[in-house]
Write a protein that binds this ligand. Structure first.
Ligand SMILES: Nc1ncnc2c1ncn2[C@@H]1O[C@H](COP(=O)(O)OP(=O)(O)OP(=O)(O)O)[C@@H](O)[C@H]1O
Length: 214
């Protein structure tokens, strides 16, 4: 059996008096995909932050790579990558230079295509020499997704990777996620995109969250 990467047992999250995440459980093995779905405000991003270890559950446990999620985040940064909100960028490095930086930083462990191929397959080659501040919102999102998936990781956490992408780029995003799964990575993604949900549902559990009651 593949390694258990994520083991979430009855986690909840409460802010003030409102429980924004009702007890939720999820188990994800290497190479599996999981879509987290539900209406706006259902707690999808909250669940991802609990798994990312950037936030603590009110009750229940979130275990990642056998460790409490915040500890896993510290100890296994080479195995976990996340795109939860805007990606940090260097204003004076071009799009291509960001990917080159990823190659250098993870020297010897990068097994994807070369920089120009990675940009071309995401149809980002036209902006290869532009700076982050010169990109459209969709280009920024596509660039963030490509850069996120460019580094090595066994577990990929994505919060609505389809946001601000047009129909063509949503299709590209699905393809990139599918390739990550085919490479044996586990992908946990909150999404409103039915196509991405389908890609992930083929490879693992769908987590359906309901709107919080106030
Ligand atoms: N720090 C916080 N303090 C108070 N309430 C919060 C906080 N963070 C999130 N919430 C509330 O928790 C609920 C769930 O938010 P979350 O961002 O997880 O939803 P979501 O399912 O990702 O929504 P969307 O599809 O709109 O991105 C929302 O009602 C939100 O207002």
């Amino acid at each position: 059996m593949h390694e258990v990467l994520v083991d979430v047992e009855a986690v909840t999250r409460t802010y003030g008096t409102v429980q924004v995440l009702a007890p939720t459980s999820l188990r994800l093995h290497a190479g599996q995909g999981s879509a987290v779905v539900g209406p706006n405000g259902a707690g999808k991003s909250t669940l991802l932050r609990l798994v990312a270890g950037t936030e603590e559950p009110t009750s229940g446990t979130a275990t990642v790579l056998g460790l409490d999620a915040p500890e896993a985040r510290r100890r296994h940064r080479d195995r976990i990558v996340r795109l939860l909100g805007p990606a940090p960028t260097y204003p004076d490095l071009t799009v291509a230079e960001h990917l080159q930086l990823v190659q250098v930083a993870w020297a010897g462990r990068h097994d994807g295509p070369d920089v120009d191929e990675a940009l071309a397959e995401a149809t980002l080659d036209r902006v290869r020499d532009q700076f982050p501040g010169e990109l459209s919102s969709g280009e920024t999102q596509m660039f963030a997704l490509v850069a996120t998936l460019y580094r090595p990781a066994d577990l990929v956490l994505l919060d609505e990777p389809e946001q601000r992408l047009d129909t063509c780029w949503r299709e590209v995003a699905r393809r990139l996620v599918l390739r990550a799964l085919d490479q044996g990575r586990a992908v946990l993604a909150a999404t409103h995109d039915p196509g991405l949900r389908e890609v992930l549902a083929d490879r693992g559990p769908v987590v359906e969250l309901a709107e919080p009651t106030r």
